[in-house]
Design a protein around this ligand. Structure first.
Ligand SMILES: Cc1cc2nc3c(=O)[nH]c(=O)nc-3n(C[C@H](O)[C@H](O)[C@H](O)COP(=O)(O)OP(=O)(O)OC[C@H]3O[C@@H](n4cnc5c(N)ncnc54)[C@H](O)[C@@H]3O)c2cc1C
Length: 404
């Protein structure tokens, strides 16, 4: 049975190590931090959304979806639920998102660590791998000068999101040295920066609405839910979902715009509502006339944006004024100028191209005995448990095949 070394003790590396060991390999897991699974603890706001009831491929992104499809066929959501139930994690479903019943991500890490211990996997922490070379077998060197030999190596060093957790993109170097190509990594599931002089005034305002993303004036994606204005731009689940395409668009120097719809209603529906609403309060100023409809802190910025005098009486509003108001409340356009960066991003779009990797085994097509799994690959998912599902599934496939 081969001697397998797994580099990177995050979600995917831990599962790869467990599976390789269960299949009788001798397994060493090398982790640069003084503990494994640091990022897992913060997933799902500390609750760990570890998979999802809906496993459509539409929620995954890559330049080669075939690889995702294959891997998910081998180890899917049900395999994941079974794997974790056997370790003690009972699932709890909330609107399709699946969490541990305890609602604690630390329970997921605890049971994984216990399983590594039970199987006697050799977990070496404080082992920052700096070199991997291959002659007959693999030789791995760490920053502190330790060396390890292996028949098979699994690289699971993560992408670039949340670098304080240990995943700072250093693993791409190993892939490049072995002749692999990288699809340029960009932050995904990240807050967006907008161009507007109204943001400071609206900082902290939350609402249930919708957002549409346009790249070069073409609608790319629409998302609904709770949106939050911040002093730099926007945040909230719908924005995180749109961010992948926004960041990619900006990195390609395209014109990226966000349409905010404060009510997720059509302009016509809203115009009719406003006309009716204003008929109840003709003698109010427009500033007062909007109270109770939108957050008070949005009223002045919105009126300024459309150059409407806040003291104008509702009964004096022209058809054009009502049109402008209906328009901005249902289609407020902002230029997207950036994102909050790797420190805030939840995942990485891009990574090692899976075209150079066997989609059945996750073994490199360039180097025998070398495997990859997790976020380091050119695969990312939407919010909702899809990134962890990819980590578990790819970790399983790499661990199983490395142990053969
Ligand atoms: C705040 C936040 C919340 C999230 N919430 C969710 C969620 O609820 N659901 C979901 O599906 N996804 C979530 N994600 C995404 C998900 O956590 C990741 O996609 C997943 O953990 C990636 O697993 P990985 O094993 O590929 O990489 P990582 O978890 O990043 O692990 C990589 C490991 O490799 C180690 N390492 C790196 N370089 C070296 C080296 N040279 N030598 C040795 N060790 C090294 C790192 O220290 C790290 O421990 C969240 C991410 C963040 C940041």
């Amino acid at each position: 049975m081969p001697n397998v070394i797994v580099i990177g003790g995050g979600a995917s590396g831990i599962v790869a190590a467990i599976i390789a060991k269960r299949n009788n390999s001798s397994v060493t897991l090398l982790e640069r931090n003084n503990r494994i699974g640091k990022k897992l603890l913060v997933t799902g706001n500390g609750r760990c959304n570890y998979t999802n009831a809906d496993m459509s491929l539409d929620y995954f992104h890559s330049s080669n979806k075939k690889c995702i499809e294959n891997v998910l066929k081998i180890f899917d959501r049900d395999n994941t639920l079974y794997f974790f139930e056997r370790l003690g994690i009972m699932p709890k479903v909330e609107e399709g998102k699946i969490f541990p019943m305890s609602l604690q991500s630390s329970s997921v890490l605890d049971v994984l660590r216990y399983e590594l211990e039970r199987l006697n996997v050799n977990v070496v922490t404080g082992a920052y791998v700096t070199e991997i070379s291959k002659k007959k077998d693999f030789l791995i060197k760490t920053k502190t000068g330790e060396t390890f030999h292996a028949d098979k190596v699994i690289i699971s060093t993560g992408g670039m999101a949340m670098p304080v957790s240990g995943s700072d993109g250093n693993g791409y170097k190993f892939a490049k040295e072995f002749g692999h190509s990288i699809n340029t990594p960009t932050p995904a599931l990240v807050q967006l920066k907008l161009e507007s002089d109204k943001l400071k005034a609206m900082d902290g305002v939350k609402f249930e609405g919708s957002a549409k993303l346009y790249v070069e004036n073409k609608l790319v994606r629409k998302e609904k839910g709770e949106i939050l204005f911040t002093d730099y731009g926007v945040s909230g689940p719908p924005i995180l979902q749109l961010s992948r395409e926004a960041v990619r668009g900006i990195s390609e120097k395209r014109n990226v715009q966000l349409e905010i719809n404060l009510f997720d209603k059509s302009i016509d529906e809203f115009r009719n509502y406003l006309i009716k609403r204003f008929s109840y309060m003709p003698t109010k100023t427009i500033e007062l006339g909007l109270i109770g409809l939108i957050n008070k802190r949005l009223i002045i910025p919105i009126l300024k944006e459309i150059n409407l005098d806040k003291n104008k009486l509702v009964k004096e509003l022209s058809k054009k004024d009502i049109d402008k108001l209906s328009h901005i409340l249902t289609d407020w356009r902002f230029k997207v100028i950036g994102d909050k960066g790797w420190g805030q991003a939840q995942t990485t779009a891009g990574g090692i191209l899976t075209q150079d990797i066997n989609p059945e085994t996750l073994e490199s097509k360039k180097v025998n005995g070398l495997y990859f799994c997790g976020e380091i690959l050119d695969v990312d998912g939407d919010c909702g448990g899809y990134n962890l599902q990819w980590a578990w599934s790819s970790g399983y496939v790499a661990g199983l095949n490395a142990s053969k």
